[in-house]
Design a protein around this ligand. Structure first.
Ligand code: AMP
Length: 282
């Protein structure tokens, strides 16, 4: 496995792999890898011939008061874990390599970016779409793997790829959870022991609501009210949003299979997200 920091170098290796007719798999990450990321890398390595993992903490997807500086970084650990999960290359460009060129061009997506995480994280998806577009153009993968954990991001990348004619199959991978159900996240490191115990309220709410929906509850407002009340019982928790949306990220009144229950909740200062696609297994 190789660690590459330069765009020209990674392009050269990919070109070589393409001339050997290898199918290229790509897993973009911000590092601080955990089993959620590794499940994507394993899947890419199983389904393609040459797997590239990018590690880049993308400053343009963080808001001015967010945790860009604090965000956990450990490239040596990321390299070892990527290798053990089957990666062929870790591409870890520095800021100058990715963004040092006084960027004047950005990729933005309307409507789908205006609800859920986009509503309170202005410019977040513009930052994501811009960097993913750059990475797609550098790596030119056949298949790219994204977690359903960031469900809005997954659907936005699918739509962006369709709109901009990227010839890339976008593959959504299931959410990997801790034993008690908390969705794995690099940000779980910020949680104190008490916060960690409280954080399971996101998954527990989803689990209970899934049963209610399966027993016939179809009204979004009832489900949202139930979850809101449940989360309010946890002192450290503050709701950012609890919503039911369709694949276009539009709020819905009546729940159908394929709709998405999406939550963002602060546990003290740590913002956690989780979701459930109605009709799918947890
Ligand atoms: P990040 O490093 O947070 O940008 O995440 C990189 C990729 O890993 C994204 O496609 C995420 O959706 C995915 N991911 C993060 N956490 C999980 C998880 N718990 N289960 C599955 N995929 C995940």
């Amino acid at each position: 496995m190789k660690l590459i920091n330069k765009i020209d170098e990674v392009r050269g290796l990919i070109e070589e792999a393409k001339t050997k007719n290898k199918i290229i798999g790509f897993v973009p990450t911000m590092g601080a890898l955990h089993d959620g990321h590794l499940s994507l890398i394993h899947r890419a390595s199983d389904e393609t011939d040459f797997t590239i993992v990018s590690v880049f903490v993308n400053p343009i997807q963080f808001g001015p008061n967010e945790d860009f500086e604090l965000y956990p970084r450990d490239i040596n650990r990321d390299i070892n874990l990527s290798e053990s999960a089957g990666a062929d290359i870790v591409f870890a460009p520095d800021f100058d390599e990715m963004l040092g060129n006084d960027l004047l061009t950005f990729v933005d997506i309307s409507k789908m970016s205006e609800n859920l995480c986009g509503a309170n994280r202005l410019g977040h998806f513009k930052g994501v779409c811009t960097i993913v577009t750059k990475l797609f153009n550098i790596i030119r993968p056949d298949k790219a793997y994204f977690g359903k954990k960031d469900i809005q991001q997954l659907y936005i990348i699918k739509k962006m790829s369709q709109d901009l004619n990227f010839d890339i199959e976008i593959i959504g991978c299931k959410i990997i959870r801790e034993n008690d159900g908390l969705a794995m996240s690099s940000r779980n490191k910020y949680l104190s022991e008490n916060d960690r115990n409280d954080a399971v309220v996101l998954f527990n709410s989803i689990k209970e609501v899934k049963e209610r929906i399966e027993s016939g509850e179809k009204a979004s407002n009832k489900v949202i009210e139930f979850i809101t009340n449940k989360i309010k019982e946890v002192k450290s928790a503050k709701i950012d949003y609890v919503k039911l949306v369709n694949k276009n990220m539009e709020n819905i009144d009546y729940i159908e299979d394929g709709n998405i229950l999406a939550l963002a909740v602060f546990i003290n200062k740590t913002r956690l997200i989780d979701n459930h696609i109605i009709g799918e297994n947890l």
